[in-house]
Design a binder for this molecule. Structure first.
Ligand code: APR
Ligand code: PHB
Length: 340
C-alpha cells in the first residue's frame, strides 16, 4: 500500500491531522494498534481552547460539538474557604469549550469514515522504517498478515508511550523533565457538576479539580500520593528508559514480579507489608537498570556536545570493555538482568 502521509495513532491528534490532510488533497492512512471500540472507551481530558475548536471546524466535524458542548466564560480558583472567579471572557474576549475527548474522538472517527478516509485498527507491531532514507515506510501486522505502507512522511501521533517517540535517535531528542511527586485520581460520576464552571481548588490536603462532561455528568480529579491508595504504577507509567539497554519491557516485568508477590501476600495473609514496600522494592531494581540504560546510551550514541575528547572517551571505553573480562562481566550481568 502507498500513501503520502502515514499517521500512527487514531487519537485526536492523528484524526485531526488526517482530516486536515484529506481536505488539503493529501492522501493519508491512519494506523492504530487499538480497536475502534477500545479507543472510544477511554476516559480522557475535556477542555478545548478556541483554536482547537477552530481546527475541528476546519475538519468539518464540529456539528455535534456545537449542539452539545458547554461553553464557559470563566473558571474559579478556590482557596482560603472562598471561590475567586476569573472571568476569562472579560479578560481575553475568548471562551473555553467543555467537550469530552472521547466524544471528540468519536465525531472525528465518524467523520473520517463518512469521508472515505482509510484507517487500520488493531494494527500490531507498527514500526516506522527508513525515516532518514529515500524510502520511508511503516510496517505492521493486520489480521496476522505483515503489511507495508510506503509513504513520504510519517506522523507520530501515538502518545507518549507510542512507538514513534522511541524511534527518534536519542541524539535528536532533548527531554526536559519535571517529575511531580504526586499523582492524580480521576473520577467520572453521573451526578450534576458541583458548579456551572470549573473549580480549581488549592487546599492543605491537596489539589482538587471539579470539571464536567455535561449538565448530568461530573469529572473530578484529586491529588494523591504516588504510593497512596490502590493505584500501582507498573512499567512505563512509572519510569521510561531509552531502547539501548532493552530494559523497558523487562522493567515492566520486574515491577509485575514485585507487585504480584505483594498482592499474593495481601490476599493469602492479609498483610499490607509487600504493598507498602512495592515502590521501594521495585524502584531499587529500576534505578540500577536506568543507570545501565544510561551508560549504554552514553557509550554508543553520537552526542552533539561530545567533541573530539568525548568521542575518544567512548572509543576507549568500548576498547576497554571488550578487552577486559571484568568490564565485559559488568555489562553482561546488567544486560541479562540483575537479580530480583
Ligand atoms: N502503534 C500504533 N498505535 C499506537 C501505538 C503503537 N505502538 N501506541 C499508541 N498508539 C495509539 C493509541 O492506541 C492511541 O489511540 O496512538 C493513539 C494515541 O492517542 P492519544 O493518546 O489520545 O494521543 P493524542 O491523539 O495525541 O491525544 C491528545 O489528549 O488526553 C490528552 O494528553 C493527552 O496526549 C493526549 C492528548
Ligand atoms: C477535564 O477532564 O474536563 C479537565 C481536565 C483538566 C483540566 C480541565 C478539565 O485542567
Amino acid at each position: 500500500m502507498r500513501t503520502q502521509v502515514a499517521i500512527i495513532g487514531s487519537g485526536p491528534s492523528g484524526l485531526l491531522l488526517g482530516q486536515l490532510l484529506s481536505r488539503a488533497g493529501i492522501d493519508n492512512v491512519i494506523l492504530d494498534r487499538a480497536s475502534r471500540a477500545h479507543i472510544l472507551e477511554r476516559v480522557r481530558a475535556g477542555l478545548l481552547e478556541e483554536g482547537t475548536v477552530g481546527l475541528i471546524e476546519q475538519c468539518g466535524g464540529a456539528s455535534r460539538l456545537h449542539a452539545e458542548a458547554l461553553t464557559h466564560d470563566g473558571i474559579s480558583l478556590a482557596f482560603d474557604g472562598s471561590n475567586h472567579r476569573i472571568d476569562l471572557h472579560a479578560l481575553t474576549g475568548k471562551r473555553v469549550t467543555v467537550y469530552g475527548q472521547t466524544e471528540l474522538t468519536r465525531d472525528l472517527m465518524d467523520h473520517r469514515q463518512a469521508a472515505g478516509g482509510q484507517s487500520v485498527y488493531e494494527a500490531a507491531d507498527v514500526l516506522p522504517n527508513d525515516i532518514d532514507g529515500d524510502r520511508p515506510h511503516v510496517t505492521y501486522r493486520s489480521g496476522g498478515v505483515t503489511a507495508r505502507l510506503d509513504c513520504d512522511f510519517v506522523a507520530g501521533c501515538d502518545g507518549f508511550h507510542g512507538v514513534s517517540r522511541a524511534c527518534v535517535p536519542p541524539s535528536a531528542l532533548t527531554t526536559y523533565e519535571r517529575v511531580y511527586p504526586f499523582g492524580w485520581l480521576g473520577i467520572l460520576a453521573d451526578v450534576p457538576p458541583a458548579d456551572r464552571e470549573l473549580i480549581y481548588a488549592y487546599h492543605p490536603r491537596g489539589f482538587a479539580l471539579c470539571t464536567m462532561r455535561s449538565p448530568q455528568r461530573s469529572r473530578y480529579y484529586i491529588q494523591c500520593g504516588l504510593d497512596d491508595g490502590s493505584l500501582f504504577l507498573v512499567g512505563d507509567p512509572a519510569h521510561i528508559v531509552p531502547p539501548t539497554g532493552a530494559k523497558g519491557l523487562n522493567l515492566a516485568a520486574s515491577d509485575v514480579h514485585y507487585l504480584i508477590s505483594a498482592l499474593r501476600e495481601f490476599y493469602a495473609e492479609g498483610s499490607r507489608a509487600g504493598i507498602d514496600a512495592y515502590s521501594a522494592r521495585a524502584l531499587s531494581r529500576v534505578w540500577k537498570a536506568v543507570r545501565f540504560s544510561w551508560s549504554m546510551t552514553l557509550m554508543l550514541h553520537q552526542f552533539p556536545e561530545n567533541g573530539a575528547f568525548g568521542r575518544r572517551m567512548q572509543e576507549a571505553e568500548l576498547a576497554y570493555l571488550v578487552g577486559s573480562r571484568a568490564a565485559s562481566a559488568a555489562l553482561a550481568e546488567n544486560y541479562v538482568g540483575l537479580p530480583y
